[in-house]
Ligand binder design. Structure first.
Ligand SMILES: [Zn+2]
Length: 256
């Protein structure tokens, strides 16, 4: 049986880490799919990620209907449909981040494509679409406030790890909280470094090749995630709970 209390604790830690690492500010969110009920997920009530705690975590259906105990005030995030629609479209996805990561925004409103330029950033992939809410829904406040909008975004994301959102932010998906936190942090770093590289390079930049992206994404084993997660937990003064990981041939956990 899954340890739901531990999962909620990890979700709170992830919120604090993403706020500390400049991915979330007072806005944006991270969710995790319920490990025993794939049509439900966990998400905080509408509160700034840096201040929320375990008592704020809501369980909801993919359509964004809150079930079970509700803290007071229990107002959910208006953009919960981003998460539900992605979980609905992608059975392989266990965790989703929606952020307004500041260095990423310029790539949502210009013709400059975001692609990884550093090995640690490879998991964002070389094929990152930009979803524009205006294409289907006309002029709006740019927020994803119903399942129609969420499903349109999920369609743009397709099988990828990241989709940008024009004039708004991005979504990042992964197979675990730790993975999606890692990818989100390194996407912000990649965007910041890429802007600098484009500046000093006069617009000419050498990106990772498709092969390099594939090798580095596959090579990001539990070891790499764990090293980052332990450090980030320490920075936000949250308990670090180690997870088993497979180091691959020729390594043992003591190589950490
Ligand atoms: Zn948003």
């Amino acid at each position: 049986m899954a340890d739901i209390a531990a999962l909620k604790q990890e979700l709170v830690t992830a919120n604090r880490i993403l706020a500390k690492e400049n991915v979330l500010d007072s806005f944006g969110h991270i969710t995790v799919r319920h490990p025993e009920k794939p049509n439900h997920f966990f998400m905080s009530r509408a509160r700034a990620p840096e201040v929320l705690d375990e008592g704020d975590i809501l369980e909801m259906t993919l359509e964004g209907v809150v079930v079970g105990p509700t803290p007071s005030p229990g107002k959910p995030y208006s953009e919960r449909f981003i998460h539900g629609a992605i979980f609905e479209a992608r059975p392989d996805v266990m965790a989703v981040v929606h952020n307004h990561s500041p260095s990423v925004i310029p790539f949502t409103v210009t013709g400059k494509k975001m692609r990884p330029i550093m090995h640690m950033c490879a998991p964002i992939g070389n094929d990152i679409p930009t979803w524009d809410i205006r294409t289907k829904f006309g002029d709006t406040n740019l927020l994803v406030t119903n399942m129609d909008m969420g499903r349109d975004l999920a369609k743009a994301l397709g099988p990828r790890t990241v989709s940008l959102m024009r004039g708004h932010g991005s979504v990042v998906v992964g197979k675990s909280i730790r993975e999606v936190v890692f990818t989100s942090i390194y996407m912000e770093k990649n965007a910041d470094m890429l802007i600098k590289a484009l500046t000093i390079g006069g617009g000419e930049v050498m990106y990772l090749s498709d092969g390099e992206v594939e090798i580095n994404t596959r090579g990001r084993a539990g070891f790499t995630l764990e090293r980052g997660w332990e450090n980030w937990c320490n920075k936000v003064e949250r308990p670090y709970v180690s997870q088993d990981w497979d180091m691959g041939p020729g390594f043992s956990k003591t190589d950490k």
